[in-house]
Write a protein that binds this ligand. Structure first.
Ligand SMILES: [Fe+2]
Ligand SMILES: [Fe+2]
Length: 462
């Protein structure tokens, strides 16, 4: 469980300027959201970073490649949200559970693959529908899997570039699905044609998955078994040497791992997250969030634009508006931890399903709390579905307990939700959306924020 935040909701944030925050801390914190999307235990990417950097030390990777590898390991799953909807569409099942369980399947074994597909396919569908889906996967599985890997790796690579990381980091993420023997995806690269950092990241991520499932013995056995097929044999030997050193596995399991991993960033290449870099990271991460579902495409970016316009209309200072934009971009980060089986469900949600969707705001708060620089956003993430009358969630806060910044994001969020297409209804015209929101004026929604939205609408070109 992620630690609770200490910020009090009723207090407005300070919008303090960024001082000397290391980019490693920022990206390391955000990587927890990527773990959720993959259905993997929190800290997966951080542990991969620990494993991969130790392998790199054993092979004496040239110093200039260390920094590229460090961010490859933390951001290797940056594209994972882009294929979540497709995974749900194929399996009609929780995309996170499928991704989590697939991570430990031996995809060279037809029996293992068939067992996996049968065990995960459309649990609630009639037999004939299951058979139809099974036949599709059996006939076109290779192409489908290749497309899924390509979409994810290409998107991850693009996100790394957008965030300002090196072309080497982006290239390593792009080739993460390639195997040593040339039977990987999507390009079938072989041996040393695969970037070194991709080979290290692949080994580190599989070792982490098996370590999480069965401890060090399982992890080392899997590495040995797949040496020469999935993995570069030299790297497997390096892993064995690193793993034999005191503290390697103990630190992997320790609560202080994040701090230790932050210290692994090469000291002479430490990147400081200045104001401009923070904006870039928040914008790029908003695209990761919005890629989770076709129905949230562009949502976070639009909410940030609307929230900024409302804040400007209310006379908020530029430095606070900059802060608010970042918070609005990340308000739904918890959606990365929600199954597409719920986010993309075309029909009405059951009460139990709706309760699970509501979890996203609590998750947003928890993820943002992990990141020192974004901790002040945590309240907005957690509370953007609260209502002035106390009937919102997750805490049922009322009136003054909800700060102005959160009220602004709530109005912007609802306006975009109403005017965008949803799985269960089409987009509403602006006039209709405003009429619906007017019914909640002073009840759920802040009247001043609503007035400000009305005032700025002409400039928003909605
Ligand atoms: Fe939300
Ligand atoms: Fe939202």
């Amino acid at each position: 469980m992620i630690a609770a935040c200490t910020t009090r909701q009723s207090e407005s944030p300070t919008g303090q300027a960024v001082q000397t925050v290391r980019l490693a801390e920022l990206v390391g914190g955000l990587s927890y959201a990527l773990d959720l999307t993959e259905g993997l235990p929190p800290g997966h990417a951080t542990r991969c970073c620990w494993i991969g950097m130790h392998i790199a030390k054993e092979i004496q990777l040239p110093e200039q490649q260390f920094s590229d590898l460090y961010y490859t390991l933390l951001l290797k799953d940056a594209g994972c949200s882009s294929n979540a909807a497709r995974v749900f569409e194929l399996y009609a099942n929780d995309d996170r559970a499928i991704k989590r369980d697939y991570a430990s399947v031996n995809n060279r074994s037809f029996v293992a693959l068939a067992k996996f597909v049968i065990g995960h396919l459309a649990p609630e569908a009639p037999l004939v529908e299951k058979l139809r889906r099974f036949a599709l996967l059996a006939m076109r599985g290779e192409k489908i899997q290749s497309d899924l890997v390509a979409a994810r790796c290409q998107r991850g690579s693009d996100i790394a570039l957008e965030m300002g990381f090196s072309p080497e980091t982006a290239a390593a993420i792009e080739a993460l699905g390639e195997y040593w023997d040339g039977r990987g995806r999507p390009r079938g690269l072989k041996g040393t044609d695969i970037p070194m950092n991709s080979r290290i990241a692949l080994l580190a991520q599989v070792v982490e998955v098996f370590w999480s499932l069965g401890g060090p013995q399982e992890a080392l056995a899997c590495a040995q078994e797949r040496s020469g097929t999935w993995f570069d044999p030299n790297l497997v030997r390096a892993l064995q040497l690193a793993a034999a050193k005191p503290g390697f596995w103990q630190h992997l399991a320790s609560r202080e791992l994040s701090t230790r991993v932050a210290r692994l960033e090469p000291v002479n290449r430490v990147i400081i997250a200045d104001e401009a870099r923070c904006d870039v990271i928040a914008r790029a991460f908003a695209r990761v969030i919005d890629a989770k579902s076709p129905f949230t495409f562009g949502h976070s970016t639009r909410v940030a634009r609307y929230a900024d316009a409302i804040a400007r209309q209310l006379g908020m200072q530029p430095k606070n508006r900059r802060w608010l934009r970042r918070a609005a971009l990340l308000h739904d980060i918890g959606k990365l931890g929600i199954s597409n089986a719920l986010l993309d469900k075309p029909g009405k949600l059951t009460p139990a399903e709706y309760a699970k969707i509501k979890e996203h705001s609590r998750l947003s708060g928890e993820i943002l709390c992990r990141i020192p620089l974004f901790r002040e956003f945590a309240d907005i993430g957690r509370s953007h579905h609260e209502r002035l009358d106390g009937k919102g969630y997750p805490l049922g806060l009322q009136g003054e307990q909800i700060n102005l910044e959160t009220r602004i994001v709530t109005v912007a969020d609802i306006f975009d939700a109403l005017t965008a297409e949803r799985p269960y209804r089409g987009a509403l015209p602006v006039r209709e959306a405003l009429a619906l929101m007017a019914k909640d004026r002073g009840i759920a929604l802040d009247p001043e924020c609503l007035d400000a939205l009305h005032a700025v609408l002409p400039s928003l070109n909605v």
